[in-house]
Design a protein around this ligand. Structure first.
Ligand SMILES: Cc1ncc(COP(=O)(O)O)c(C=O)c1O
Length: 301
């Protein structure tokens, strides 16, 4: 837990009151194509972030002292941003060169949510370790570290143990989930979720303060901004919309560096009419929150 908390930048949400944290964790800029620095387009920004990976091995930590690079193939808390394939390939190259272990954190994006077993499969990059949890147990608490045998077998017998590790109940649940995921056509349902989310939300761009609609499969996000040019994040509209959505029977969770995104992460086999009903309820909640904010303060139309 201490090392995990050391990795996140989200202090108030996760780390407040805890610590001290491990010091030798380096967070590098992430090539979010929606938010390149001023004067750069998305491609230049991705290229800069790739360059900066090499630069960090001089400026921040020597490659020979690097244990691993951890990357989410689709950013979860960070705002459901698919990691550009070029950046994933660059991480692979750096790990090959330095001997560092490439770890794909698929806790949120794995187990079929993007339409493939692991989100990183969309890029063709093969990591050394994959970590999964959440959907893996379909509600039963279970997590897994899966990887190359020489890494998995490196600790001595019992060397990486835990009280609950290998719980027979959790393993049975995960095996049952894997069976369901591999049923023909099951994971492909993620594409239906993506299509429906886009169908409902794209037309609302002209009416609601939407900056971006993005994601892969059943891992979709709508990002809200005060102004589509400046892209200034608008967290209040979401903070106000969440309780209004709850009143309409839909539980929501925010996401994004600025907590200005609504994430949609429904079950892969959610019936289409139920999904549409839920998305419409959320849109109504955002419409109401937006309307009230516009009444109470002078905001751009
Ligand atoms: C991508 C990702 N990694 C790790 C975690 C934390 O996992 P755990 O609760 O098993 O420490 C989360 C939790 O939301 C997550 O989304």
């Amino acid at each position: 837990s201490n090392l995990s908390m050391s990795m996140t930048s989200k202090y108030g949400l996760f780390k407040k009151g805890c610590g001290p944290f491990a010091s030798e964790v380096y967070r590098l800029p992430f090539p979010n194509p929606y938010r390149p620095p001023v004067g750069m387009d998305a491609d230049a920004w991705i290229d800069w972030c790739c360059w900066n990976l090499d630069n960090a091995l001089v400026a921040q930590i020597d490659g020979s002292a690097l244990a691993c690079i951890v990357i989410e193939p689709v950013m979860g808390e960070g705002g459901f941003i698919p990691t550009p394939a070029k950046f994933l390939r660059k991480i692979r190259e750096v790990c090959n060169r330095t001997g560092a272990v490439m770890i794909a954190d698929e806790i949120q994006s794995g187990s079929g949510r993007t339409g493939k077993m692991y989100a990183i499969e969309h890029s063709g990059v093969v990591p050394d370790l994959v970590i999964t949890a959440k959907s893996l147990g379909a509600g039963v608490p279970v997590s897994a570290v899966t990887g190359r045998a020489e890494i998995m077998d490196a600790p001595h017998l019992g060397g990486v143990g835990s009280t609950y590790g290998g719980s027979p109940l959790a393993c049975a649940a995960a095996l049952a989930v894997l069976d369901v995921l591999h049923e023909p056509g099951f994971m492909a349902q993620a594409q239906t979720v993506e299509r429906v989310v886009r169908e409902v939300w794209e037309p609302l761009r002209t009416e609601l303060p939407i900056g971006d609609i993005r994601g892969i499969g059943a891992m979709m996000v709508v990002e809200f901004v005060k102004d589509t040019e400046s892209k200034e994040p608008w967290m209040e509209v979401i903070a106000n919309a969440v309780p209004l959505a709850v009143q309409r029977g839909v539980l929501l969770i925010r996401a994004g560096l600025y907590s200005n995104c609504i994430r949609f992460l429904p079950a892969l086999d959610i019936p289409e009419d139920m999904l549409r009903e839920a998305l419409t309820a959320v849109a109504d909640a955002v419409r109401e929150a937006y309307g009230k904010l516009r009444e109470s303060e002078v905001v751009p139309v």
